[in-house]
Design a protein around this ligand. Structure first.
Ligand code: FAD
Length: 130
């Protein structure tokens, strides 16, 4: 749908925001290294804590705080972090009456970035995930 120049953007629904955020988080987990550094472990733990404070849907943020309290972040390896994330996503799914996702299939559902010439493949760059 087109909006005239200067008109406010269409509001984002809670569902769209959720799907976009889960895409971000599961992609992050797919790229999370097998042997993370102390800094990488600290960063993902902080990211989750920050998300639970500033997620732009207050009810969701409040609920996620409780989810995190009951399920502290596990980020010791790629497997640990991607399974933990799958588990907490399922906690949210259950609370919304949605189907539970089979976590043994999380690596098949979420993968690396599809990017031309791997230009956005963070693993090859001088950055956080190197
Ligand atoms: C941190 C957080 C907290 C939220 N809290 C609330 C809340 O309290 N109330 C509310 O109404 N909404 C909340 N949401 C939004 C909600 O989780 C959904 O994103 C939204 O309802 C859209 O759901 P969906 O069915 O399209 O799929 P989503 O749940 O958005 O999932 C997107 C895709 O991820 C895959 N998937 C599903 N489950 C898993 C899993 N366990 N592991 C890996 N992949 C999976 C599926 O392929 C699915 O199509 C929250 C979102 C986030 C990110």
């Amino acid at each position: 749908m087109d909006f005239p120049v200067g008109s406010p953007a269409a509001p984002v629904t809670k569902e769209e925001l959720g799907r976009a955020t889960w895409t971000f988080l599961h992609t992050l987990a797919a790229l999370y290294p097998e042997n993370p550094t102390r800094q990488q472990k600290k960063d993902v733990k902080e990211l989750m804590a920050i998300l639970s404070r500033i997620y732009p849907c207050k009810d969701c943020a409040d609920h996620f705080k409780e989810v995190l309290r009951a399920n502290p972040v596990q980020a010791g390896s790629h497997y640990e972090f991607s399974q933990w994330l799958c588990h907490v996503h399922n906690v949210v799914n259950r609370s919304l009456g949605k189907l539970v996702f089979p976590c043994e299939r999380v690596d098949a559902r979420w993968g690396k970035l599809d990017c031309e010439q791997r230009a956005c493949d963070l693993q090859g760059a001088t950055n956080f995930w190197e």
